[in-house]
Write a protein that binds this ligand. Structure first.
Ligand code: CTP
Ligand code: MG
Length: 236
């Protein structure tokens, strides 16, 4: 018998999903922030939202947006007939502030589960969400990682020189990053930070950060090259 049903509705706690889309996309240099660009038949952010809804139809979904894009987002929802129920929160100047704002506006209990995902990773698979969620449910938190494939060199700014380093000492971190309610709330209560992901905020509170194998296709659209790649990968 296979009993998962999102771990029997996360043992009766709620599952909050926070989709981050309040960035400016400066490295991408597109006319509008990359989260709103049309990939296949719909905006990037709608792909991300659908993925989490399809994994857990009972989850409480929130979107974090730039303050000046909220009306625009409502127009997009109309245009694309996007009816998935969701909260809308405004983001901050940094990713950390955007997450904090969402957490402060949600009534998260100790045993709820909180998923935080970059809205600009539209190719997130149901399989990777499930793997991350199941692991976080067991261990309190989880995040996906990738090994590096290319050779790695360290850049020394002062000497304007580079030096080889051992690739196996480094890994890449992706989202979704998933936490039990008390763990993520404590992390955001205790620290003010400019860290660019959430798992880094809890590392001082846990013995060992729980990482699981991510997926190469869980691409974060960051630069124009990523956008070209995304358009080759998209199916609908
Ligand atoms: N993000 C956010 N609030 C911010 C900054 C980032 O919600 N103040 C979100 C982005 O919208 C994105 C995710 O965090 O979904 C990952 O960030 P990144 O890829 O760096 O996006 P941007 O910050 O928009 O891009 P850039 O750093 O190139 O400006
Ligand atoms: Mg950024």
């Amino acid at each position: 018998m296979y009993v998962d049903i999102v771990i029997v509705n996360a043992m009766l706690g709620k599952h909050y999903v926070i989709i981050l889309a309040a960035g400016k996309g400066e490295r991408m240099r597109s006319n509008e922030p990359k989260q709103f660009l049309i990939l296949g038949k719909k905006p990037v952010i709608i792909h991300s939202l659908n993925a989490f809804y399809n994994y857990d139809k009972n989850s409480v979904i929130s979107v974090v947006l730039p303050k000046n894009k909220i009306n625009y987002w409502k127009l997009i929802c109309k245009k694309y007939n996007f009816r998935l129920k969701h909260n809308i929160f405004t983001g901050g100047l940094t990713r950390y502030e955007s997450v904090r704002n969402a957490l402060n506006n949600l009534n998260i209990a100790h045993n709820d589960m909180v998923t935080i995902h970059d809205g600009v990773r539209p190719f997130i698979s149901k399989k990777l969400i499930a793997k991350t969620f199941n692991s976080a449910f067991k261990k309190g938190h989880a995040a996906p990682f990738l090994n590096l494939k290319d050779s790695l060199r360290k850049f020394d700014k002062e000497k304007a020189n580079t030096k080889s380093v051992n690739r196996t000492n480094f890994i890449l971190i992706q989202t979704p990053q998933i936490f039990r309610g008390n763990i993520i709330k404590d992390a955001y209560k205790n620290e003010k930070s400019n860290k660019t992901d959430d798992i880094s905020l809890i590392e001082s509170n846990v013995q060992r950060v729980n990482l699981i194998k991510g997926e190469q296709t869980n691409l974060k659209i960051t630069t124009n090259e990523d956008w070209i790649l995304a358009n080759r990968l998209i199916k609908n």
